[in-house]
Each structure stands twice: as C-alpha cells, then as structure tokens.
Design a protein around this ligand. Sequence first.
Ligand SMILES: Cc1cc2nc3c(=O)[nH]c(=O)nc-3n(C[C@H](O)[C@H](O)[C@H](O)COP(=O)(O)OP(=O)(O)OC[C@H]3O[C@@H](n4cnc5c(N)ncnc54)[C@H](O)[C@@H]3O)c2cc1C
Length: 397
Amino acid sequence: MDLTYKQEDLAFRDQVRTFLKENLPDELRRKVLARKRLTKDESIRWHRILNKQGWVAPGWPVEYGGTGWSGLQRHIWSEECALAGAPPVLGFGVNLLAPVLMGFASEEQKRYYLPRILNADDWWCQGYSEPGAGSDLASLKTRAVRQGDHYIVNGQKTWTTLGQHANMIFCLVRTGTEGPKQVGISFLLIDMNTPGITVRPIITLDEAHEVNEVFFDDVKVPVENLVGEENKGWTYAKFLLGHERTGIAAIGYSKRELKRLKQYAMRQQTNGVSLLADPAFSRKVAQVEIELMALEMTALSLVADGASKKIGPESSLLKVKGTEISQAISELFVEAAGPAALAFDKAYLDGDSEHSVTGDDESAALAAHYFNLRKITIFGGSNEIQKNVISKMILGL
Ligand SMILES: Cc1cc2nc3c(=O)[nH]c(=O)nc-3n(C[C@H](O)[C@H](O)[C@H](O)COP(=O)(O)OP(=O)(O)OC[C@H]3O[C@@H](n4cnc5c(N)ncnc54)[C@H](O)[C@@H]3O)c2cc1C
C-alpha cells in the first residue's frame, strides 16, 4: 500500500492551509496554542466560520451538509487544523448525535436538528454516564415513564462535559425493566431549560469547570423527542460509541505538541547544554516520536483509498495508542519545565489575564494541561475496555 501523499492530496492540503491562514482568527489560535480555556462564544465563533465554508462536518454525507471528502482528505483536514491551532468544533452534535439522527431519527427530527447542529444553534451535551453506570453503561437507572404525550424523567447523569453551556442533552434513559439490562433503554433528546433539571459543576484536578452532574426531577419530555423506537436505545447508543472513538487518537495534535516539546526542551539550558541534548531525555522523546510515526502509519493505512471505508474495532487501537502518546508528551513537557510547571495561574488559564503572574507564559499552563489529559484514557470508553475489545474482536482471544 502506498502511504505517501499524491499530487492531488498535496494540492488539497495547500487549499486547507490557505483557508486556515485566512480564516482562523489569530486570537483563537493564540489561545489554543497557549492551552488556555475557550469561552462558549469563542467555540461557537469558529464552528460558524467553518459552517459558512461548508467544512464543519466533513464526515457527514453530502446530502446533509458534509464535504464528500475521502478518508485521507479528512485525515489531512484534522491534522492541518491541529497544526494550525484551530479549536475543535462542537463535537457532541457533529460527531456523536448527528450519525445517530441520520441512521435512526424521523425525517422531521433530521430536518429540524441537523441544520441546527451545523450552525451551532444548539449546544449539545451527552447524557450517558451515571454514578453506577460508566463502563457498564447498560446498568443505567435514569427512568423515563410515559404519561400521555410526555415522558417523565427522573435520575442523574454525571461527567457531562460542558453541560453548563448546553441547551440540549441526548440521554439514555430506562423505559423498560423486563429482560436483560440492554433491553428497555431509550434514546431521548431533552431541552436543558425544562423545569426539574439541575446542573452542578464538578471541578477537576486542573481547577477547570469542564464536567458536571445533571439531575432530573420529574422532567416532562414530549414523546416526539424520542429517537427511533422505545426500548431500542442500546442499539443507537453502541452505534454512537463507535463514532466517539474515531478521531480521539488526535494524531495531528500530538505531532504539533511533539514539535513544540522539542523546541521547548531545546530552550531549557543547564550550563549551556540544552535538555534536548541530554541522552536520557532525548531517548524518551525519540521513543514517543517512533510510536507516533507508527500510529500515523496505522491510521493512514486505515483511511487510505482502497482500504475499507468503515473503521471497526481498529478504532480501539487508535484510541489506546493515541491517548497514551498524548499523555506521554504532556508528561515530558512537565519534566522539561521542572519547577516552572508548578505555576498554576487560574486567571491566565481562564483567559482572564493575558500573561501569567510568573512571567513564563509558556510553562504556566503545563501542569494544568498534564492533569487535564488524564481524562483521555478514561472517556470515550476507558483504555482497559478498549483492550478488551482488541483482544476479542481483533486478536480473537
Ligand atoms: C473528563 C471526562 C469527561 C467525560 N464526559 C462525559 C460526557 O460528556 N458524557 C458522558 O456520558 N460521560 C462522560 N464521561 C464518562 C466516561 O465515559 C466514563 O468515565 C467512562 O466510561 C468510565 O466509566 P467510570 O468513570 O464509571 O469508571 P468505571 O466503569 O467504574 O471503571 C473504573 C476502572 O475500572 C476499569 N474497568 C471497568 N470495567 C472493566 C472491564 N470490564 N475490564 C477491565 N477494566 C475495567 C476501567 O477501565 C477503569 O479504570 C467523561 C469522563 C471524564 C473523565
């Protein structure tokens, strides 16, 4: 298999680079590269710039507003976005909910929600996990009881990413109690402004407000907000999880961070010798680089034209390796920074102040970033669960 870029791929890459150069606002780019937290408005701003160009949902079928790009072109697009320091799009709508709607929703739901997802008219969050249902998701207990034209929802979701910004949540709820626990789950779209919903922040190790608990007390949800059939939600839930893992490998992001790590380590000098020249440190950097190259080759072989279009259990391989590599780079950054990484300037991280109190802006966000990245081996299906998938589905054990 030929994994080098052809002339037309290089031309596509140039087109993408030109677009990013001309349209990515400098203040957003600088904030992303400084590892600062984006506001809701900033995230929506970039999403809408992409929508105007027709590039916000490259993976969607053209009929719904996708680009018609090949797998390789999509790979190039996400890599170039990461290298340029572009913010992510609102992924819960574009990457997770939309495929479920396209596959299982009514025509009316598709007509209503899909254009709104493209234009970020709704901010979606994901209501899957509960205190007793994470890896074992089918144990979820949030109940939805049908009363006339409504469901009455009671229960609790947790780890709801950016739920504080959301006006809509897609939820797995229990509508039946007969038979195995996978049966009796339904997929509901719920307006977050409905009376009875409470969102409570969970502050993470990096002092960020990124996740929440969401409580439902007698929340009335119109039956037309059910997606697909009642009690068939587990099928849709699994379909969505397959989409959640693809893209989580963040190869472009790791390439960018590795390059920045080398530049950073080069500038850390002891007695005139750069840290990058230190054999013990440079060996670790080389090890990560080798693993990243191997991951990129694996990903390219999966998306290259001629290879199977739909990525199956291989997405688990990409997820495990990609997240391990991203974490390893963040660890090396902290190692390279030494005590400078200890600075923890919340005002700087939240974008409330332009510069860190320490004066060393580049190091100020490293510890928070390191702590924040602990999540990536947990969400999207923990890496242990992905290894179970690999052993069963790929290795046949
Ligand atoms: C930052 C963050 C953001 C998140 N955002 C969302 C969100 O927006 N919406 C949402 O619904 N959820 C979200 N999640 C939840 C996430 O999907 C769950 O945390 C994840 O599925 C793991 O579930 P758990 O936390 O309950 O851990 P558990 O399932 O209790 O697992 C605990 C440990 O046991 C291991 N383990 C469990 N079962 C097995 C097994 N069968 N074999 C081997 N090891 C096993 C796990 O790998 C883990 O190490 C988020 C989580 C985090 C950390």
